[in-house]
Design a binder for this molecule. Structure first.
Ligand code: ADP
Length: 458
């Protein structure tokens, strides 16, 4: 495993432990209510004579402890990840040990060996195996054994006063010794067998979890490597393609001293279109792999969106005119309202992709409506067209690489299916969101929300 992998599994362990401690906290509230209800039931319902006072003290102590644990948990959550795991482990050990002590005290005041609630030690051992590593779980098992056996032995030797709930003092003393020894042996062996079973299951699960994590990290590494390879290949392809495009223009323009006839020009035009499509695909792939590998990441700067949007609209105006598409642009606010922390080039990419799609997938004589507005601390960009629309089953898929809807393929051959994948990644880098509403044959509406102040690094 690499260093990053170790760090990740370590982080996951910390998060998992903190999460389980929160759950343990909630469980303890239930236990506190349970102790109260059972005490009242035993006294009022079963009319068994027990001294209630120690029970109320234990309940109060548990309430104070549980509140303190949740406060400590909040403090631990603010620490760095390494310290967080260490402190959380100490807290978990302390909580279990303290709960074992309280359980022993409760048992002592409610009949000791005769109290069937001594089975409750089992829960503590199971919880210990879930929260702690095996060695710590065995330590807690040892502690439970000492506490319970100690209680029985101290009572048997009359070193502490006896609190009986049944008339067990009538049992002959030679039988009492056998009973106590038998109970201790059965108890200690049960606890250790239980600790062994539960902690080995938990340990195995943990190993599997780490294995999954490791595999996942390897896959992520491989994906980055794949993107790096695509980036290299796209980079190598881009310049020869651009050269071919330039040479075709030279050829068509008659700059090499040969005038081409109509038929040849027609063929050259076709080649030129194909080369443009290829160049667009290569550029998209290059952009996508740059974003995925973090290769082209830069620090965020203040970016003014209005001029950027106007420039993009200007760029697509002639294409829209060719198709008789009306561009309706509404900027609801001043230019100064639309300045965000972001990446200049990437944000241009977003406007380019969304607006070019809106035109590309519109019918002739259609309309594209663009709105830029500010709501609370967010900038909202809406681009609505009345074109071919997107089938419902494709609504999420269009943000995946290379996915094109079948109706869009029929509508135009231009398109690589990469633009929206890039757009989504860029929006995520800016902590924003992108959603789409669409109906086939009626049009699509893309909504992008970008937070204004985010001093993240891309
Ligand atoms: P492309 O280069 O194919 O347009 P994109 O990644 O930009 O790639 O879009 C992915 C697919 O989503 C498109 O091929 C098309 O099927 C669908 N799509 C995107 N925008 C629209 C739109 N405004 N109207 C209809 N379909 C769209």
């Amino acid at each position: 495993m690499t260093l990053t992998n170790n760090l990740k599994s370590f982080e996951i362990r910390a998060f998992e432990l903190l999460d389980r401690l929160k759950w343990f906290n909630r469980l303890r509230w239930l236990a506190i209510i349970g102790i109260f209800v059972v005490t009242e039931f035993v006294v009022l319902g079963l009319k068994i004579k027990i001294v209630k006072f120690p029970f109320y003290i234990c309940i109060l102590v548990l309430i104070i402890a549980n509140i303190s644990y949740s406060l400590v948990l909040k403090v631990i959550n603010k620490l760095d990840i390494q310290t967080r795991l260490n402190k959380a482990t100490i807290l978990a050990n302390f909580q279990i040990a303290f709960d074992l002590l309280i359980l022993t005290i409760l048992l002592y005041y409610s009949g000791g060996i005769d109290n069937p609630f001594s089975y409750y030690y089992v829960f503590h051992i199971v919880i210990a195996s879930m929260l702690l590593k095996s060695s710590h779980c065995y330590f807690q098992t040892f502690l439970a054994s000492i506490l319970y056996s100690g209680l029985l032995l101290l009572q048997y030797n009359s070193l502490i006063p006896k609190y009986y709930i049944f008339e067990t003092n009538l049992i002959p003393s030679n039988y009492e010794l056998i009973r106590i020894s038998g109970t201790i042996v059965a108890f200690v062996s049960t606890m250790f067998i239980l600790a062994y079973i539960t902690s080995s299951i938990s340990e195995r699960l943990r190993i599997k979890e780490n294995l999954l994590l490791e595999t996942n990290m390897k896959l992520v590494d491989l994906d980055v490597k794949k993107s790096e390879f695509v980036m290299m290949a796209a980079h190598e392809l881009k310049s020869p393609l651009a050269t071919i495009q330039f040479m075709l223009k030279t050829l068509k323009g008659g700059y090499i001293g040969v005038n081409l006839d109509e038929k040849v020009i027609e063929q050259v035009n076709k080649i030129e279109t194909r080369i443009s499509m290829l160049l667009k695909l290569v550029t998209d792939l290059l952009d996508l792999s740059k974003i995925k590998t973090g290769f082209g990441n830069r620090e965020f700067k203040k970016v003014s969106l209005v001029p950027k949007l106007q420039k993009t609209i200007e760029f697509f105006n002639s294409q829209a005119k060719e198709m008789n598409i009306k561009m309706d642009v509404n900027i609801l606010g001043d230019e100064s309202d639309f300045i965000i922390d972001g990446d200049d080039e990437y944000l241009s990419n977003v406007f380019n992709n969304i607006i070019s799609n809106a035109i590309k997938y519109s019918y002739k004589e259609g309309k594209v409506e663009i709105i830029l507005k500010k709501e609370n601390n967010e900038i909202i960009f809406i681009c609505k067209d009345y074109g071919i629309g997107i089938p419902e089953k494709d609504l999420n898929l269009i943000f995946e690489e290379f996915h094109r809807t079948s109706i869009s393929k029929k509508h135009t051959q231009f398109g690589s299916g990469v633009g929206l994948a890039i757009t989504k990644k860029i929006i995520e880098l800016h902590n924003g969101s992108i959603t789409v509403n669409s109906e086939v044959g009626k049009g699509s509406e893309f909504i992008i929300k970008l937070p204004i102040n985010k001093k993240n690094m891309v």
